[in-house]
Design a protein around this ligand. Structure first.
Ligand SMILES: [Zn+2]
Length: 444
């Protein structure tokens, strides 16, 4: 079996790294020997991304945290809408988002080429995920993320010890930057806009949906369009192997404020402004064409969602028992809109893809605090090493020395500060590399 990537135009083949386009300009697509796939073998295996290994790249070593195999359950709002609505809960993935599907495949496949580490440009979830999987693989992760980013995702990256590079206003700028960074430093770049290998993992959402529901419609939060495209590819392969006769209609949902893909589908003028759904803030998606084509070929449509509808979406999902980020909650107002317009028929089976957990998404413009006193201690040590009593004095807080000392001990156990030297009775502390990174990221 095994994966094949051959340019349909010039015949050049690709293996270590698969760009979206061949050097001759033609679009590349990863394919397999579909006649050899026996889906009955899948049922006997453990749930998860690697259950579908015949339709994944061959790898020497699988780097996994048991991603995929996420629950699909009937939504309570099915009764309200008189429609069969199911939620695919991707928040249950190891780092809390659907991107773990992409990363397990990209990291496992790229491992032999990642001597100096892995890199990704991302507006959050893929970077948080790579940080975890690279740690598991014993490799460094270099993540290029925009200045505006959800704090929770940043905290994940810091916790996993990723090297964080803040670059650009949105992920768009980071994509070209990481390509150069990876090229110059010998990192394996898993950014799906630069290397499509990871999309093979993401497409397994389609396989799971088919096994459990065989939906007629799939409603997909859309930013870069990569999730949409990979779900499309998954269903296309199910068609290819004869598992389904028809592709479900794919529905792309974007915020009104940033809508390059949905607007194109609807024939409207696109806006490219910042949105509260930060995960969907992609101004010029590289895979726009592919995503638009996927929706059209499936017979689907697109929906634009207002900023004021995001809280409604979050609340409805909360009533279902799921805490999702705004970028996922967009599927709810989209579902209601289409339902009101009479888009669905009574027996349709509608799947909502809830891509990422709300725990990761917290974002505020003001400065972040990891507990005010600890941050103040980090800032003091950012100016230079100090001994314990000196820190207490410099803080000028109505707090006894013991309490300050407790904070120092906790910062030390978090690996954010370390003892630098002893002079007489004085024990000096300084920031660790991790502490410096945290300070850089939280005090812009
Ligand atoms: Zn070519």
């Amino acid at each position: 079996m095994g994966m094949k990537v051959i340019c349909p135009s010039c015949g050049r083949s690709y293996s270590s790294f698969v760009p979206p386009r061949c050097s001759c300009g033609a679009e590349l697509e990863i394919s397999y020997d579909y006649s050899a796939v026996d889906v009955s073998a899948w049922k006997k295996r453990e749930k998860g991304v690697w259950r579908y290994r015949e339709l994944l790249p061959d790898v020497k070593r699988v780097i996994t945290l048991k991603e995929g195999g996420t629950p699909l359950f009937k939504a309570k709002l099915s009764d309200e809408l008189n429609l069969n609505v199911f939620i695919k809960d991707e928040t249950r993935n190891p780092t809390g988002s659907f991107r773990d599907r992409l990363v397990t495949v990209a990291v496992s496949y790229g491992l032999p080429y990642a001597e100096n580490g892995f890199a990704v440009a991302s507006n959050g979830n893929a970077a948080a995920s790579l940080s975890a999987y690279a740690a598991r693989a014993g490799k460094e992760a270099f993540v290029v993320v925009p200045k505006k980013i959800d704090r929770g995702k940043l905290i994940q990256m810091i916790a996993f010890g990723a090297k964080i590079i803040r670059y650009g206003d949105s992920v768009d700028e980071g994509i070209a930057y990481v390509r150069d960074l990876a090229g110059l430093n010998g990192f394996y770049d898993i950014t799906p806009e630069n290397n499509i290998i990871g999309l093979e993992g993401q497409k397994t959402i389609a396989f799971e949906l088919w096994e459990e529901l065989n939906p007629t419609h799939v409603i997909i939060p859309t930013g870069s369009g990569s999730n949409l495209y990979s779900i499309y590819k998954g269903f296309k392969e199910l068609l290819e192997i004869g598992a389904v006769d028809e592709m479900p209609r794919l529905i792309a949902v974007q915020p009104e404020r940033c809508s390059p893909i949905a607007s194109e589908i609807l024939g409207k003028k696109a806006r490219k402004e910042i949105t509260k759904a930060l995960g969907l803030y992609v101004k010029d998606p590289v895979s726009k064409e592919k995503a638009v084509r996927a929706v059209k070929e499936s017979g689907g449509t697109a929906v634009l969602v207002g900023e004021d509808e995001l809280d409604f979406g979050e609340r409805v999902l909360v009533n279902e028992g799921i805490f999702a980020e705004y970028s996922s909650a967009v599927v709810i107002p989209a579902l209601f809109r289409l339902s009101e317009e009479g888009y669905f028929e009574k027996d349709d089976r509608v799947a909502l893809i809830v891509t990422s957990s709300g725990l990761k998404a917290y974002y505020r413009e003001e400065k972040f605090s990891i507990g005010g006193t600890k941050l103040e201690i980090l800032k003091l040590l950012g100016e230079g090493e100090r001994y314990g009593y000196e820190i207490w004095e410099n803080l000028e807080k109505p707090m006894n020395y013991q309490a300050v000392y407790q904070h120092i001990k906790e910062l030390e156990s978090l690996g954010l500060i370390e003892k630098s030297r002893r002079k007489g009775k004085r024990l000096y502390y300084r920031l660790t590399e991790k502490g410096k990174r945290l300070l850089e990221n939280f005090s812009e």
